[in-house]
Write a protein that binds this ligand. Structure first.
Ligand SMILES: Cc1cc2nc3c(=O)[nH]c(=O)nc-3n(C[C@H](O)[C@H](O)[C@H](O)COP(=O)(O)O)c2cc1C
Length: 193
C-alpha cells in the first residue's frame, strides 16, 4: 500500500524556467512531499544524440526500440515508472519536435496488433503551455492525450496553460501551480507512522 513510487518527468521545452517546466516542477513538488517516491527529471532538448523512429519494425519482434541513443534511457525509465509526466509547449499547434520524437519512439510499446505492452495502470500526466488564446491548445491536448491512452497510459490529469502572450507566465500564477501540486500529491505514498 505505502510502497515507493517511481515518477519520471519528461520536460520537452527548451526553457527550464518556462511555463510547462514550472508546472512540471510543481507536480513533482507535490508528488515528493514526505513520500518515498523516486523522481527522475529528463530534459531531452539537451540530449546530444536523438534519432527519429525509422520504422524498422524491430520493436514488433523484440518489444524494444532498436535505436541506441539518449532517448533509450527515457524509454527504459517509462517502462519502470508508475507515473510519467509529459510536458511540452505548443509549437505551431502541436508539441515540440523533441516531444514528437519521444512519442514516435513509444511506438515500441505497441505490439504488432497495436496492443500496449506497458504494465497496466501506469499513469500519465500531460502538461501543455501556449501563448496565444486563439491557438489550438485544446485540440492538441486532446490528440496527445488520446495517443498516450493508445500507448497504454491511464491519464491521471491534463493541465493546459496559456501564458497570454507571455504576460502571465505559470511561475507567477499560484492557481495553476497549486493545481499541479495537488495533482502530484495524488502520487504521494505517505509512510505510515
Ligand atoms: C517555434 C514556436 C512555435 C510556437 N507556436 C505557438 C502556437 O502555435 N500557439 C501558441 O499559442 N503559442 C506558440 N508558441 C509560443 C509557446 O507555445 C509559448 O510561449 C509557451 O508558453 C512556451 O512554453 P514554455 O514556457 O514551457 O517553453 C510558439 C513558440 C515557438 C518558439
Amino acid at each position: 500500500m505505502n510502497s515507493m513510487g517511481k515518477i519520471v518527468a519528461i520536460s520537452c521545452s527548451p526553457n527550464p524556467e518556462g511555463s510547462s517546466a514550472k508546472i512540471t516542477d510543481a507536480f513533482l513538488d507535490g508528488a515528493m512531499g514526505l513520500s518515498t517516491n523516486i523522481v527522475t527529471l529528463h530534459r531531452p532538448t539537451k540530449f546530444k544524440s536523438v534519432q527519429d523512429c525509422n520504422r524498422c519494425m524491430e520493436c514488433k519482434k523484440t518489444g524494444r526500440c532498436k535505436i541506441d541513443d539518449d532517448v533509450t534511457v527515457v524509454l527504459d525509465d517509462i517502462v519502470d515508472a508508475d507515473c510519467v509526466v509529459f510536458s511540452t509547449p505548443l509549437y505551431f499547434n502541436g508539441p515540440t519536435a523533441t516531444y514528437k520524437v519521444i512519442e514516435d519512439r513509444m511506438y515500441s510499446f505497441l505490439d504488432k496488433d497495436r496492443k500496449s505492452t506497458l504494465k497496466p495502470g501506469k499513469k500519465a500526466v500531460l502538461v501543455i503551455s501556449s501563448c496565444y488564446p486563439d491557438s489550438e491548445l485544446q485540440a492538441a491536448s486532446d490528440r496527445l492525450k488520446k495517443n498516450l491512452e493508445l500507448i497504454g497510459f491511464e491519464i491521471l490529469g491534463v493541465i493546459t496553460y496559456c501564458d497570454q502572450k507571455r504576460k502571465a507566465p505559470a511561475a507567477k500564477n499560484p492557481e495553476v501551480l497549486r493545481e499541479a501540486k495537488e495533482l502530484g500529491s495524488k502520487m504521494r505514498n505517505t509512510p505510515t507512522v
